[in-house]
Design a protein around this ligand. Sequence first.
Ligand SMILES: [Fe+2]
Length: 209
Amino acid sequence: MAKVSKPAKEAKPSKESKLKKEAAAPKATKEAKPAKVQPPVKEEKAAKEPKAPKLNHIGLDAEKTKELAKKLNELLANYQVFYMNARGYHYNIRGEKFFELHLKFEELYSNLILKADEIAERVLTLGETPIHAYSGYLKISDIKEKQNVTSPKEAVSEILNSFATLLARQRVLLDLSGDANDEGTNAQMSDYIREQEKLVWMYSAYLGK
Ligand SMILES: [Fe+2]
């Protein structure tokens, strides 16, 4: 039987070469260790992360929605008073422009009552109750009742003032709804503003402005 030669034993590194290796390798010192990340203190965390708002049935901030519904009710009140005023202009207008303005004011009040309905339904969609009594509207409307207006110029001037009130209120609602991520109210206000700005141009043109 052939004698199997044992593999030569690996030469043990000399003490000297071991020292050399250690010198070449960077020695891990205590200072080089990565600093342990401290978990954030609970109080600090609470201060950085604002408390999550309470959401309502359609996923909107409940508190902001209440404020929006209140402002929408105020807008509704203004629409309702403006609507009844426009009916009065439609009935009582006099003069050679009667047929033209009688029809124009009908178009106006029909559009105002349509929007009043949409606003009231938006209030309901937001989970609140729309005001549905004239006594309630009159208490909070900026637009006041106008009676016995027969002059075309006076009627159109009053209409322009009323549109200015609606536009100002709708722009406030546009900002508030944007802040509350309420796209429904925001889009509604945006449509009304664009439409009524054009009407302001037309009624102003009638007055020669
Ligand atoms: Fe009529």
